[in-house]
Design a protein around this ligand. Sequence first.
Ligand SMILES: Nc1ncnc2c1ncn2[C@@H]1O[C@H](COP(=O)(O)OP(=O)(O)OP(=O)(O)O)[C@@H](O)[C@H]1O
Ligand SMILES: [Mg+2]
Length: 264
Amino acid sequence: MSILLEAKGLSKRFGGLQALSDVSFQIRRGETYGLIGPNGAGKTTLFNVLTGLYVPESGRADFDGKPLVGIAPHKVASVGMARTFQNIRLFGNLSAIENVMIGRHVRTRSNFLGAIFHTPATRREEIATQKRAYELLEYVGIAHRANDVARSLPYGDQRRLEIARALATEPKLLALDEPAAGMNESETVVLRQLIEKISGDGITVLLIEHDMKLVMGLCDRVLVLEYGKVLAEGVPAEVQRNPKVIEAYLGAGAAAEVTTGESA
Ligand SMILES: Nc1ncnc2c1ncn2[C@@H]1O[C@H](COP(=O)(O)OP(=O)(O)OP(=O)(O)O)[C@@H](O)[C@H]1O
Ligand SMILES: [Mg+2]
């Protein structure tokens, strides 16, 4: 299987805090790759480095054979990477479908103002964009919310809307930062099915999650960070029984729970 994303020796410091320290890993095309670790381990920082929000002190990352480090955040989607945020970032006063249409804009030719003000040149494209946005809302299961303003949506629906917006850029890789946070058990089951569907449609997934059942059930391989360093990497079964991971992160109780093979 070919490599889609390769990170080599990434380091990022905030003042005296080493948030990432010599982090290297490879994500294969088509796999679902988990990123776990305790609070403050550096997971979100890694996303932020990969998506151009932070510039690392050292290291490099290549995406689809091209250098990623140093890329402007607004260019990341056009190379084929899309993400969601740990703290949901939607345009709260715009409708669900408008939020997805904005995500779609990176793939359409006309500019955002043209789309908003309905200039003749953008009209046809806008209809196609709207149709595609509606399909994406259907895909994530919230088409009935298309015209509701984003901030009025229940939390779980807002997370799914963020995923729809990310998918609108037609990514090769979708990076999800704690998509199950704040979801109840039944919402998490639906989310899991959605991520499986996305993966089944050929999109590579990078998943940060604290829900161990979800991570271990969904991911082909898992990278464990602790204090900004790679602690372990491997298939879920290996990671779950790695004593360093059990001690540093899962805790004996959690390790026992995830190794029973139960899944949501
Ligand atoms: N912009 C920033 N300025 C200063 N420190 C930061 C910044 N962003 C993150 N940090 C620090 O870097 C460390 C790693 O944070 P990060 O958000 O990457 O952790 P995380 O693994 O995503 O944790 P969580 O599971 O709680 O989301 C933490 O100690 C955090 O306080
Ligand atoms: Mg985080």
